[in-house]
Every structure is written in C-alpha cells, then in structure tokens.
Design a protein around this ligand. Structure first.
Ligand SMILES: Cc1cc2nc3c(=O)[nH]c(=O)nc-3n(C[C@H](O)[C@H](O)[C@H](O)COP(=O)(O)OP(=O)(O)OC[C@H]3O[C@@H](n4cnc5c(N)ncnc54)[C@H](O)[C@@H]3O)c2cc1C
Length: 431
C-alpha cells in the first residue's frame, strides 16, 4: 500500500496573518478556487480573476465524482490498437473532428507514446498522490463553508454488462488493488437491488467504498468562491492575457489591458493555460479533451450511488433534482461548437441499460478537460519566471484533485515543504 499524503485537517492549518504575499490566482475553476482558499488560510492577500466567473467552465459540468480510484490514465497499454477502431465506430465514446487532426497530431503522437505498461504504472503512482485521498481533501477544504452541503461520502461503482468486460480491464484493476483500493462484486439479487430495471442479465458491478460525490459541481465551486470572498478575498471578472516578467521574476499581470502588480501569480486556467505558459517560454503540450453531459431532470429513478456505465465509459451521477450522464472524449479544439453524436450516444446507452426510466426534460452541456501528453497535472513554480506558479492539466479528475493541488501550491508559495515529491508534476518537464 502506498503512503497517502493528504491535506492537513483544519486544526493544523496556519493561522491568518502569515507571510502575507499579494497573490493573483488566474482562473476560478475548482483548482483556482481551492488554491485561493488555502492561500487565504495561510494569511496571504489573495485576488482571483476569471473571464467568466467562478465555476462557469469545466468545473461546472463534470460528473461530480471524487474518483480517487481513477488513477489509471486513458493511455493504458493497448490504446494504440483500440483507438483507431473506436474512432470509426459511432457507438464508441471517442470522437475526432477530422479537420482538427493536423493541429492535434504532434500532441497525439506524444500522448500515445505513453500507452505502455511501464508508463501507465508510473503515471498511476503519481496520480495517486494527487487524488488518492480526495474525500478527505474536499472535507478539509469545504467543511464549515457553504460548499459543504454539496459534498457527500459515497461508494463508487463500475457497471459492466458482463464479467468478461471486467476481466478485460484486469490490468487497471490490478494497479488499483496495488494502491490499496478494495471492492465488492455485485451480481444477482444484490445487483438487482442496486440497479432495479437493469436490462443486462449477465451484468456485474464493482462497488468501491470511500469515494465522494459533489451533488452540484458548479454550485459547489460558486459556494466555495463566496466563502473566499466572505473571508476577505477579492474576485475580479476579467481576462488575464499577459504575465509581465523582468529579470526572471514576476512583475505583474495584465488584466483587460492594464498591468497590475502582484508578488505571486497562479495560472489555474484549465484547458486555456497554454498561451499564458508560452509567454514564459514553456511550451506545455496541452489539449482539450472535450467532454459532454446530458442531464435527465426529475427522473423516475435515481441511483443511490454514482456509477460508471462501462460500456459507454461515462458516469451516471445522482445530482440535486436530476441524473447527470457525463463522459465522452472528443478531440476538436477549444473553438468548435458541440457535436450531436456524443449526446445521442449518452442517451442511447442510458436508455438501453435502463429502458424503464422516465424523466421530464433534458439539458445538454459540453466542456473542456485540460490534458497534458503525460496525463499528469502541471503543479509548481515556473523556473523561468520566479513568482509564477502553474496549477492545471488535471484531465478527467480535476474536481477530484483540485483541493490537494491548491493545498500543495499554497504550501510552496508560503515557503513550506510539501511531504511528497513534486518532481513528476514540475512545469520544467516541458522545457
Ligand atoms: C464531461 C466531463 C466529466 C467530468 N467528470 C469528472 C468527474 O466526475 N470527476 C472529476 O474529478 N473530474 C471530472 N472531469 C474533469 C474536471 O471537470 C476538470 O478536470 C476540472 O474541472 C478542471 O478544473 P480547472 O479549475 O483546472 O479548470 P476550469 O474549471 O475549466 O476553470 C478554468 C477557469 O479559467 C478561466 N480562464 C481561462 N483563461 C482565462 C484567462 N486568460 N483569464 C481569466 N480567466 C481565464 C475560465 O473562465 C475558467 O473558469 C470531467 C470533465 C468533463 C468535461
């Protein structure tokens, strides 16, 4: 079992009135807001700037799962063979806007180079240190704030339509087992009780304890941002388009055309982080893995716990007033409008598995997962620009790993030594 290194409980937090740097956090998704709160608790004078407002981008529409077990990257062994077949099968949850392929190609080549057993195990070990204790990390962040009401401890299930499909995922499950995850198999009556009306007679569910659910991720991030403001933090609406650096050190950040001075800036702009990093001489290979959700409002059945519908590789989460089906990977860049096919796939797979479920109305959403080629987030100070820190690139698990990332960044900025090795996440790995 690997040592976990989770955030400290409230009682051991540094008191206000600490080192007191003037910090700007750029981006108010889960990563930026978590970072701002932990910095504020360390006694810094913190401002957040976001072009759209807190929790309006990817952190709004995700599956809501605190998926500690999701340490195994998409680039598992065998992806090289599977991906081309998936792209040509409209029933598979992988899409590509072909016009985008020339722009995607350099990123894709590097990304696929990690689709081997050795890299998968290495990436999983590094992800474990960021997301392995996510429920406790969220509790430490949100307890006592207005965000607490959206945080729920829960089991997390993987629903396979047959045992053979579970066995085909054995490599990933063995990695999880080695990192201390345990599970129970549900079949027959136990399965029927968890999923009444499920059509697949040979289905198998894998149920893992000690996970978490955010019952409305957008509202959660907004509530955390309100807490930050109530504690004296400032939130600006604006676009940060230049980080001013002189003699290798941060001087200020240009927001809507005006440079404002800061001691420290944190880039937590998710899938939009590449241009700000490029200005600092770092060419981070970052892509958007576009993802989709379909919300089924006032459904006739609500699952007791969130689950991954393995045949569609999307999650089904019970949220306030609705079920949210969220997943799909589509490559197509930040600008293209949503496609129709992913919504159709989410609905048809859900209807096939649960034909008896009715709902009143459907809502659709598409968002941008920030994905690096090595599937690891970028966390740490930028070597070429002292005072500038990166906190982005959490791909499919940014909600899960946001609070831990924020805690680590606050430690670094406060001059404390994190009790784990941050080298795997270093921005310098892309120099
Ligand atoms: C369909 C789907 C399902 C998912 N399910 C899960 C799940 O169940 N569990 C999980 O852990 N993760 C999940 N994820 C992933 C997760 O949502 C992301 O990893 C996470 O939200 C990223 O958070 P972030 O704070 O880095 O980015 P974002 O939430 O995208 O925030 C970035 C912010 O930066 C702002 N910004 C960008 N550029 C600028 C600029 N120049 N100036 C000012 N502001 C700027 C944006 O407006 C935005 O608010 C899912 C993602 C998708 C798409």
């Amino acid at each position: 079992m690997v040592e976990k290194s989770s955030v400290k409980p409230a009682s051991s937090r540094a008191a206000k009135g600490g080192p007191g740097k003037k910090v700007l956090v750029i981006g108010a998704g889960i990563v930026g807001v978590s970072t701002a709160i932990w910095l504020q608790r360390d006694g810094h004078d913190v401002t957040i700037v976001d072009k759209a407002g807190p929790g309006e981008a990817t952190s709004h529409g995700n599956g809501g799962i605190l998926a500690s077990c999701a340490i195994v990257p998409v680039t598992g062994p065998g992806l090289l063979h599977k991906a081309p077949l998936m792209l040509f099968d409209p029933g598979q949850p992988l899409y590509l806007k072909w016009r985008y392929l020339p722009r995607l190609a350099p990123w894709l080549v590097k990304y696929l180079s990690h689709a081997n057993a050795k890299d998968t195990k290495r990436i999983a070990a590094s992800m474990y240190n960021i997301i392995g204790d996510s429920l406790a990390d969220h509790q430490a962040l949100a307890t006592g704030t207005a965000g607490e009401r959206y945080l729920r401890a829960t089991d997390y299930l993987y629903l396979y339509d047959r045992r053979r499909a579970f066995e085909q995922d054995a490599f990933g499950w063995e990695i999880r087992r080695r990192h201390g995850f345990t599970w129970r198999e549900l079949e027959g009556d136990a399965l029927a009780e968890a999923f009444p009306g499920l059509t697949a007679p040979d289905a198998l569910a894998i149920s893992m304890p000690d996970h978490g659910l955010i019952t409305d991720p957008g509202a959660y991030v907004k509530a955390l941002a309100r807490h930050f403001k109530e504690q004296g933090g400032a939130i600006l609406r604006g676009t940060a388009d230049k980080i001013a650096v002189a003699d290798g050190r941060l001087k200020g950040v240009r927001i809507d055309g005006k440079v404002q001075p800061f001691d420290v800036a944190v880039v937590a702009t998710g899938a939009w982080s590449q241009p700000l990093m490029a200005e600092l001489g770092l060419k981070v290979p970052l892509e958007t893995e576009r993802g989709y959700h379909l919300e089924l409002w006032n459904p006739s059945w609500t699952p007791a716990a969130p689950f991954m519908l393995a045949s569609g590789k999307f999650v089904v989460s019970p949220m306030e007033g609705r079920i949210r089906c969220a997943g799909i990977v589509e490559f197509g860049g930040l600008e293209a409008p949503p496609s129709e096919a992913p919504f159709r796939l989410l609905e048809s797979k859900f209807r096939k598995a649960f034909p008896g479920v009715r709902w009143e109305r459907t809502e659709r959403w598409m968002g941008h997962r920030p994905a690096t080629t090595d599937s690891l987030p970028v966390i740490g100070e930028v070597e070429t620009a002292k005072g500038v820190y990166a906190g982005f690139g959490h791909q499919h698990v940014g909600l899960t790993g946001g609070p831990k990332t924020g805690y680590l960044l606050a430690q670094l900025i406060s001059g404390k030594k994190p009790n784990m090795d941050l080298a795997p996440y270093s921005p310098s790995r892309f120099r």
